[in-house]
Design a binder for this molecule. Sequence first.
Ligand SMILES: Nc1c(NC[C@H](O)[C@H](O)[C@H](O)CO)[nH]c(=O)[nH]c1=O
Ligand SMILES: CC(=O)[C@@H](O)COP(=O)(O)O
Length: 160
Amino acid sequence: MATANLSLYDSESIPDASPFKFGIVVSEWNPDITQNLFDGARATLLEHGAKDENILSIKVPGSFELINGCKQLLINKELDALIAIGNVIKGETEHFTFVCEGVTQGIKDLNLKYDTPTIFCVLTDHTRQQSIDRSGGKHGNKGIECAVAAIKMAALNSSL
Ligand SMILES: Nc1c(NC[C@H](O)[C@H](O)[C@H](O)CO)[nH]c(=O)[nH]c1=O
Ligand SMILES: CC(=O)[C@@H](O)COP(=O)(O)O
């Protein structure tokens, strides 16, 4: 089954991002991949009107630390949406499964506990090539997709 292109969307359907404040938490594991995801996300936020001074970004050691990094921003900063960026690539053992499951459940829990949405921008791939393909390669850039989700959720929350 063909993988969707993560960067294709109707630009006209995206709300104005200028009123909103965004946080981006970036894992330092696989830094070339996460940097590409961050660049795509930041560029998309700016493209749709977000102010540079309203984009707060921090780094954490690995994807599992995305949970606490996001929690710290949710507690200490007034944000309209958060994007958690990571890249987990399977190695020889089951560690991949536990990291992916832990991050997924942790970010899900943050979305249950806090009103500010945390967008799941974590590539969970079996190979490095899959990650390259989804961070600016043939399948687009998941950072773009997640920035769009962040803008839409911020606009939705502000309308309710
Ligand atoms: N193998 C990968 C990891 N592993 C590290 C964990 O995320 C975590 O930092 C560690 O277990 C200490 O708590 N992290 C990634 O983001 N990507 C990987 O491929
Ligand atoms: C997802 C991971 O933590 C993984 O990169 C670790 O590799 P390994 O399973 O070979 O220890």
